[in-house]
Design a protein around this ligand. Sequence first.
Ligand SMILES: Cc1cc2nc3c(=O)[nH]c(=O)nc-3n(C[C@H](O)[C@H](O)[C@H](O)COP(=O)(O)O)c2cc1C
Length: 421
Amino acid sequence: MKRVDDFRLKFGKKEYVPIVIGGMGVDISTAELALEAARLGGIGHLSDAMVPEVSDRRFDTRFGKDKLRLYRHNIHSSDKSGIKFDLGALANATRRHVQAAMDSKSGDGLIFVNCMEKLTMNAPRETLQVRMASALDAGIDGITLSAGLHLGSFGLLADHPRFRDAKLGIIVSSVRALQLFLRKNAKLNRLPDYVVVEGPLAGGHLGFGADWAQYDLATIVAEVVTYLSTEQIDIPVIAAGGIFTGSDAVSFLESGSAAVQVATRFTVANECGLPKKVKQQYFRASEEDIIVNNISPTGYPMRMLRNTPAIGAGIRPNCEAYGYLLDGSGGCAYISAYNREVALHPDAKTIAVLDKTCLCTHMRNFNCWTCGQTTYRLKDTTRRLADGNYQTLSAEHIFRDYQFSIDQKVALPPLPESATG
Ligand SMILES: Cc1cc2nc3c(=O)[nH]c(=O)nc-3n(C[C@H](O)[C@H](O)[C@H](O)COP(=O)(O)O)c2cc1C
């Protein structure tokens, strides 16, 4: 019986353990988590979501405060079109975030950064270009393009000295999205180094509509693998979404995938950025607690826990400090929803906004509990402790469990020292 360790992901002559830990914003897939994946010979992801905020928290910088000071006068205005990111500050924050991780890297694996196109930041092209270019400047091993079709993203990097040496990949949820990407980028003469095929059971935003449940990862992966081999295009395919055990991973590796991308199991790792209390919420979730809704202003459905505090929270938009989801003209679906509720309840002290959420604020504060569909199984991967909490696990334990387990088994972590006395 095969296990994941019998396979390798190949980029040119280099080989990697075919386990990729997916990007999880905002700083849920921390540098510490990505570094563990690299140390163990696989691939980890930083997230480039709200990096100036992450830098302020981690490195004591003042990017958020400075931006708020500059635009404080606008807080009560619903016109956010004038709120712009300072591209120099954005580049600094990204370089700092990436450089710190790359300086600590050990092992034979790689560290990539997950770049979401939907972080439009009131200047979509310019900000995306700065984020990607400064990550490359700081030595990131690769960039995974996500949350969008990214038809122009390779073009934004074409003049960068590392355009042909860094690993560049894209996340798609259909063979059509991949075909479109390849067609639009044909003239650059630079194929993606990998394509992540993400199915409907993943965490975060979904590349599907309300009918997501009618799709299944194995079918989409098979379509992509067939398309690439028919066209004789050699790009490793990485399957993602709902792969919970080593055996699940092996079934993809045996049917044409070069690696798997996983995330949900790592949300309860010690190295994961979620606060301890939130990890316990993930452990406690039952299947009915996991929902897909449309409260994200991005327009994509998003999976989250039913009791996520972000649902219904009618806070004032925080675009002066954040503003990461402002479209190219300063709009955001949450601002419109919030203004509508304020107009409907002019005398109310607090209002509820049910259809959209201020995603920047809630992701930053870990109050939007996005998760994969398999979250309800996390409790089966660990032990319940005497105080009623579940034991969190080391990323190494989870990684090795994927790498070596067989027979749909999940290895429990060693007992914590306090329990062994
Ligand atoms: C908490 C969480 C946050 C996520 N955030 C992002 C993100 O910011 N960008 C992205 O492209 N994918 C995001 N994802 C998707 C993962 O990178 C990954 O592809 C997917 O969840 C894999 O499926 P699994 O969670 O069932 O293993 C997120 C997933 C989770 C669980």
